[in-house]
Design a protein around this ligand. Sequence first.
Ligand code: NI
Length: 401
Amino acid sequence: MNTRMKQLLDDVMPKVVEMRRDIHRHPELSGEEERTASRVADALSSLGVEFRDGVGGNGVVGLIRGARGAGRVCALRADMDALPMPEQTGLPFSSENDGVMHACGHDAHTAMLLGAAMVLARMKDDFAGSVKLVFQPAEEANPTGGAPAMIGAGALEDPHVDAMVGLHVWPSLATGEIGIRPGAMMGASDRVFVTIRGRSSHGSEPDRGVDAIATAGQVLSAFQTIVSRNVSPLDAAVLSIGTIRGGCRYNVIADEVVMEGTVRTLSPKVQDMMPERILQVAQGIAGSFGATAEVRYVKGYPPLLNDPAVTATVRGALLEGGGARVLDVEHPAMGGEDFSFFARVVPSAFLWLGCRPADADPATFAPVHNNCFAPDEACFPYGVEALVRSALAIVNDETGR
Ligand code: NI
């Protein structure tokens, strides 16, 4: 089977590159992925793969049934949306949609999943069970994301999905490397708004007012102790206040300060603790200054937790393939990824696909969400193969998760 799979992978690669460049040239923002979704639908149609479109917005779900009968169902997922930022890569297939860019590699994810569909459609005589292809919109639309709407629209049912696999191009790994780990892989990504209210007075008479700026300074300092004193040193968390605004004039005691920040955590337990601690600290400190504090905490994507059994199956399949170098990554990333919504309801594995060219300097190679981000196209064969091998390993898994 290895020789045949290799041949099929080689055959589809020019098409994968072509599709990726086409999608890259026409990036679409979260929730607006109409052209991309219709390209996906066209490609599935031409393969003779059954599909549903308009699943939870612009989502498309394809289904490849193995010819050896019913069995386990593996879903593979790709996200399709781009970011509101101008492209500066200078690539010949740069964005033609001003101010919108595929700066997170979702163009590559979509094209690689179509590549995997092409290979699997030609291999369907070799497996029982089914492979579901989940093309998801609005991954960048935190806190909502695109995954919950697809789940709500039945993407994981009929047939019911037993396990799911997704990947992300990963510039801190070199082309040819694939990172994987059981447990936490990506962080939960929440947003917090803190409003401190005092009372204004003349700057020369601070005692007649309640200084929201001085209060906010103390609240901000005390926030630093939440991660250092309330989160276990064996857990990870980040609370970063990114903006602070307040005051209207140099000689007026400010009556209001608004701070906004992001909270990243790796476990539901720590994530659940953060809103309450932030509120207690903000209200306690503000109260002691005679001010008030209001906290609005918006939960975004949950932490992305790789299921140990599915991760082991996928890891085994990658090692068996032998093409990519499989790295057991030591630490998860604190960035958010809405694949976590799928992983919360279906045992899943999420992979990092190295996409930094061998000759690129790791220190200067553009990261994701950078105007110059350009993943190495030479990583596509590794990505397509990883998807195909993971799916086959899961549908053929006799250990029966
Ligand atoms: Ni992304």
